[in-house]
Design a protein around this ligand. Structure first.
Ligand SMILES: [Zn+2]
Length: 255
């Protein structure tokens, strides 16, 4: 089955950045049917709230991967909304000129914070998607910077013109799936955490297969296991093909 992986970190805490390592990752991925990977960058190498200079270095690393494998990697520009509009626009414009096709957000702030507004307006103006790290953090102090599905869904509601990927189905679980209903601009990815039986089936039942995108979160997770969550689930073949490939193909305008 053909696969597009919308959530990867080929370089992670500095590991995996040499050409032989990248060659190996691409060859192994292709052997599993993966045609393309969205590269989100080495997002935590400088801590949760990177400076403009640190962001630039991370995005430059992604640009190197795109230069080596332009048909395989798709770059998302990693940004820190707390740095303000000028810094956001500057780094985003630089990355878009290099062929990046989306924005990645991690844990610098919560998705419901006001600092998101200039970034989301820029995403809307350029018509590019935003991938937001999301986890079940309701009632936990970490929610200050780790967005809960309530926060990411609120973001999608506030900015209906921006396509948002709420990352980590296995991190936000059943409640996140329910929060994601009735938000046509919100997609979920299947990445992260340990798999458990029935969750893909539940997401397909509640959301339909069209807003579910396959993601792995490599190298934190193993590719074969992440693919198996979808291929081994009790959904029909056409839904599997949508989740693993055609939804992302449409979402990323790859036609
Ligand atoms: Zn990730």
């Amino acid at each position: 089955m053909k696969i597009i992986d919308v959530h990867t970190h080929p370089v992670f805490f500095g590991k995996g950045k040499t050409k032989p390592e990248v060659d190996q990752l691409v060859a192994y991925s292709k052997s599993l049917g993966i045609e393309k990977m969205v590269c989100l960058g080495d997002v935590l190498v400088h801590g949760p709230c990177p400076s403009a200079k640190e962001l630039r270095a991370i995005n430059e690393q992604t640009r190197q991967l795109l230069a080596w494998y332009p048909k395989f990697f798709i770059g998302f520009c990693y940004l820190n909304p707390t740095l303000g509009e000028k810094a956001i626009r500057g780094e985003l414009d630089r990355c878009l000129a290099e062929g990046f096709q989306g924005i990645k957000l991690e844990i610098a702030n919560n998705a419901r914070d006001a600092v998101m507004t200039p970034l989301m307006r820029a995403a809307a103006a350029h018509d590019i998607p935003v991938l937001q790290h999301t986890w079940d953090t309701l009632g936990k102090p970490m929610r200050k910077t780790h967005s809960d599905p309530k926060d990411t869904c609120l973001l999608a509601r506030r900015f209906p013109d921006v396509k948002i990927i709420m990352a980590h189905l296995y991190g936000f679980g059943l409640r996140g799936v329910l929060e994601a209903q009735d938000l046509p601009n919100l997609y979920i990815d299947t990445s992260s955490c340990l798999p458990f039986a029935g969750l893909i089936e539940y997401a397909v039942e509640k959301l339909g297969p069209e807003r579910i995108l396959y993601g792995s979160d490599i190298p934190i997770r193993e590719l074969g296991q992440c693919i198996g969550r979808v291929t081994g689930s009790d959904i029909d073949e056409s839904a599997k093909r949508k989740i693993l490939y055609s939804n992302a193909h449409t979402f990323l305008n790859l036609a």
